[in-house]
Design a protein around this ligand. Structure first.
Ligand code: NAP
Length: 272
């Protein structure tokens, strides 16, 4: 089961690093275009603004799928649940649809965080729980500790990064990946190969790269502040990449270009 894809939320609207008027106008545009899945995090410092924006949109709660993430700063057992309660107040929600651990704990305290995540689920603060930036070994450990099945491991995923091993490991465990940096921060728009493949389909290179991700069974999380890009990133239905096109795009993974790397996040796990 994939809570995003099965409910038709192929593309979620990412809200990092948006704040203020830019956030409000981008979320409004996204909602007008049809996005109903929104992704935020304690670390982004924008949950209160996301909550205010969701309230002002007035969309039926049952149409929405809201994901937030607990910051490792709040993993200690005395901090975890109060931080989730604060997130719910900020988001103006009784429960989120998906609650993730944002990063593995740099001090090796993942067991404590997982225990607290389970409690947040059992208290009804989150319908579903999951992980982010977890390696295969960490996913295995998490699944052994949790008594409910995690629904997602949100990781960097796009055609320029080699995620073959991670995806195979996640599939073996039955834990869906979801993609962040899904448009590779604009890099997909610069690929001649993606453009060439898109032309006969009447699609842009970025749309082709996003379609490749969807056809890998991975739901997308993408952010844009521009109406045109918000719309293009959402319009991924009505065309299909064939096996040959998928294989040619697979070839781009050889670049192994990681955006959110250990220079950016010193506590990032050893991905290999
Ligand atoms: N779990 C984690 O650790 C983690 C880490 C990073 C991100 N995330 C989540 O994932 C979301 C998406 O990741 P991201 O924002 O880092 O990267 P992204 O979505 O790959 O890239 C966003 C950037 O790409 C540009 N862009 C978007 N659509 C485009 C298009 N069709 N053509 C050309 N350029 C385009 C945007 O600029 P314009 O505004 O000019 O369109 C923006 O600068 C975040 O907002 C956040 O919610 C999670």
């Amino acid at each position: 089961m994939n809570v995003y894809l099965d409910a038709g939320h192929d593309v979620s609207f990412g809200t990092f690093p948006l704040r203020g008027d830019t956030l409000a106008s981008a979320m409004r545009l996204a909602a007008e275009i049809g996005y109903r899945s929104f992704d935020t995090a304690q670390m982004y410092g924008n949950e209160r603004e996301v909550g205010a924006c969701l309230a002002s949109l007035g969309l039926p709660r049952e149409e929405l799928l809201i994901t937030t993430k607990v910051s490792p700063n709040n993993f200690a057992s005395e901090d975890f649940l109060p931080s989730v309660e604060q997130s719910l107040r900020d988001l103006q929600l009784d429960q989120v649809d998906v609650l993730l651990l944002h990063w593995p704990d740099q001090h090796g305290q993942n067991a404590v965080a997982l225990e607290q995540l389970q409690k947040a689920h059992d208290l009804g603060y989150a319908v579903n729980i999951g992980l982010s930036n977890y390696t295969i070994a960490m996913m295995e450990d998490a699944m052994a500790r949790l008594s409910v099945r995690p629904v997602a491991n949100q990781v960097e995923f796009h055609p320029f990064l080699n995620t073959e091993k991670l995806l195979a490991g996640a599939q073996r465990l039955g834990l869906p990946l979801t993609a962040y940096c899904a448009v590779a921060r604009g890099k997909m728009a610069t690929s001649a190969l993606l453009d060439d493949i898109g032309r006969p389909h009447g699609k842009s290179g970025t749309q082709v790269g996003l379609r490749w991700t969807l056809q890998k069974g991975v739901a997308i999380n993408a952010m844009s502040t521009k109406a045109e890009n918000i719309r293009l990133n959402f319009e991924l239905q009505g065309f299909q990449l064939d096996d040959d096109e998928m294989r040619r795009i697979d070839g781009l993974m050889a670049e192994d270009f990681r955006i959110v790397n250990s220079d950016l996040v010193p506590s990032a796990p050893d991905w290999d």
